[in-house]
Design a protein around this ligand. Structure first.
Ligand code: SF4
Ligand code: SF4
Length: 135
């Protein structure tokens, strides 16, 4: 069983469905909601960490597709252009989750996608604008 971070994109007519409840109750997923943008009658998004056996997760993903809910995997959503990064460390100062770290001996930025909660604070903090988050 492994932890996976996924982003769910809801259409306006889906935001009032008990989707998270169904993922837990019907598919046995362990769900930790990290971030939510949900308003009644508007499109919305959830960032969640899920833990489940692979077959249960695949069934849950099929269910989400049937419900018309878009699913994206978190690793694909934050990008750091390492070629353009000057390793100044400014982003690490605002990254409370520890997803961005820099230190001895290389003093090069390291991004740990598993820790990222897509707060986007690093995007603004980077003086050379080499971080992008799609959430
Ligand atoms: S989006 Fe937030 S949690 Fe993710 S790397 Fe940037 S500052 Fe850290
Ligand atoms: S703030 Fe930008 S340039 Fe500085 S270490 Fe972070 S990604 Fe690299």
């Amino acid at each position: 069983m492994s932890k996976t971070r996924i982003i769910l994109d809801f259409q306006a007519d889906s935001t009032e469905k008990p989707i998270t409840c169904q993922l837990v109750r019907d598919y046995g997923l362990s769900v930790n909601i990290l971030r939510a943008k949900i308003e009644p009658d508007q499109a919305g998004r959830l960032l969640m960490e899920v833990e489940a056996p692979r077959d249960a997760l695949e069934k849950a993903l099929d269910f989400l597709a049937e419900e018309g809910i878009g699913v994206r995997f978190m690793e694909k959503e934050l990008r750091v252009d390492k070629e353009a990064c000057v390793n100044c460390g400014a982003c690490t100062a605002v990254c409370g989750s520890g997803a961005l770290v820099i230190g001895a001996p290389e003093w090069e930025l390291v991004f740990n996608a598993e820790r990222c909660v897509a707060c986007e604070l690093c995007v603004e903090a980077c003086p050379v604008r080499v971080i992008s988050v799609n959430f």
